[in-house]
Design a binder for this molecule. Structure first.
Ligand SMILES: [Zn+2]
Length: 86
């Protein structure tokens, strides 16, 4: 299968009728990003192609960032409670 022949459903009109008009390696995530254009409605969007282990890594990082964010939110709540408790 030639590269770029895998089509995706358009995020706008949901047609499975897109073409890849640009693709290049993405150094940041060691993957490939593709610029896609819907041939039905002209919508353009970007997809990233990464290996499964990279995806797992980035999901773990995302998750730990969310947990840290949630924890700092809880800490703020506790501080507010302690400050206002008297
Ligand atoms: Zn479309």
């Amino acid at each position: 299968m030639p590269e770029g022949r895998l089509t995706m459903n358009c995020p706008k009109c949901k047609e499975n009728n897109d073409k890849v008009f640009d693709s290049r390696p993405c150094m940041k995530v060691e993957g490939i990003w593709r610029r896609r254009e819907c041939l039905s409605c002209g919508e353009r969007w970007t997809t990233y192609e990464v290996t499964e282990d990279k995806l797992a890594t980035s999901q773990t990082e995302l998750m730990s960032r969310r947990v840290k964010g949630a924890l700092s939110g809880i800490r703020n709540d506790i501080n507010r409670y302690l400050e206002g408790g008297d």
